[in-house]
Design a protein around this ligand. Structure first.
Ligand SMILES: NC(=[NH2+])NCCC[C@H](N)C(=O)O
Ligand SMILES: [Mn+2]
Ligand SMILES: [Mn+2]
Length: 301
């Protein structure tokens, strides 16, 4: 696999999977940061495939404690999975802009229709491995990776077709530093690789990425990158709903993208949780735009 030439940008202005509102404005802020011009100067054709349309329920539903706004999360993700699948069928590289991280459910469901053994690199301060039983918040963006693994509420795991879309042994988590008890138990019991911030500090990002590329790329037929901007330290990425101290540095995040770009293994990507309302200026949206460019081939020299 080499670098994609044709990119289809799918915007998902959705934030009902998160506890704090604001990620609806993420996609337009990233695009307005100049994404398309930058991709063009890299010699890439990008198509703004527009925003995902779905029928919203009329009321915000905070009543179902363990699965907040379930109906909207299902509706947007069903629509997204169809769009993502269509982009791949057309031979283009799907670049999904969130939106909160619940949209990974739809992205991965759409991508997985084209790959039997999909690798996933999940860069995040969190692990998003909660179930309705282990969640403390009821926010579905904290459950999306677990849903993609086929566990949790059947109405979520059934999006884009029933069952698991990915296997734990093909998943690599990077940047974790805020894990709930049920998530820790799942990671410790299973065969999923998790490089926490401790590992990043101890081994260095270069080593971590070599390992991640080996694990996610080995024996898989495609690799999806799910990049939660809250993986980056809040000093560099303040514009996000659930910031956690002690995150990736500016260069660690770029190095991760540069190495992934060089590896040529990534077949789809999403950048989520940019929330301009919490940003200082457009710092976080700008960073997301730059990281996308590093992934897609931009280099210092
Ligand atoms: N995609 C995210 N930012 N997720 C944050 C999840 C936080 C917490 N673990 C929860 O379940 O609510
Ligand atoms: Mn996340
Ligand atoms: Mn997160």
């Amino acid at each position: 696999m080499t670098l994609p030439k044709e990119i289809a940008i799918l915007s998902v202005p959705f934030d009902l999977g998160a506890g704090r509102r604001g990620a609806t404005e993420g996609p337009s802020a990233i695009i307005q940061a100049g994404l398309e011009q930058r991709l063009q100067s890299l010699g890439m054709a990008s198509e703004d495939a527009g925003a995902i349309r779905y029928t919203a329920t009329s009321e915000i539903d905070q009543a179902s404690d363990n699965l907040k706004n379930l109906a909207d999360v299902i509706a947007v993700n069903e629509a997204l999975s169809e769009q993502v699948s269509r982009v791949i069928s057309s031979g283009k590289f799907p670049l999904v802009l969130g939106g909160d991280h619940s949209i990974a459910i739809g992205t991965i469901a759409g991508v997985a229709q084209h790959y039997n053994n999909l690798g996933v690199i999940w860069i995040d301060a969190h692990s998003d491995l909660n179930t309705p039983e282990t969640t403390g918040s009821g926010n579905i963006h904290g459950m999306s990776l677990r849903v993609s693994l086929g566990e949790g509420d059947a109405r979520l795991t059934g999006i884009g077709g029933a069952g698991a879309k990915i296997k734990p042994e093909n998943v690599v988590l990077i940047g974790a530093r805020s894990l709930d008890p049920g998530e820790k138990a799942y990671i410790k019991a299973g065969n999923m690789t998790c490089f926490t911030m401790y590992d990043v500090d101890r081994k260095g990002m270069s080593h971590i990425m070599e390992e991640a590329i080996r694990i996610a790329g080995n024996g898989t037929d495609g690799v999806h990158l799910s990049f939660d901007i809250d993986s980056v330290d809040p000093g560099e990425a303040p514009g996000t709903g659930t910031p956690v101290q002690g995150g990736l540095s500016y260069r660690e995040a770029h190095l991760a993208m540069e190495m992934l770009g060089e590896s040529g293994i990534v077949t789809s990507a999403e950048f989520v949780e940019v929330s301009p309302a919490h940003d200082s200026g457009n710092k976080t949206a700008n960073l997301a735009m730059e990281l996308i460019c590093s992934l897609l081939g931009e280099r210092i020299l």
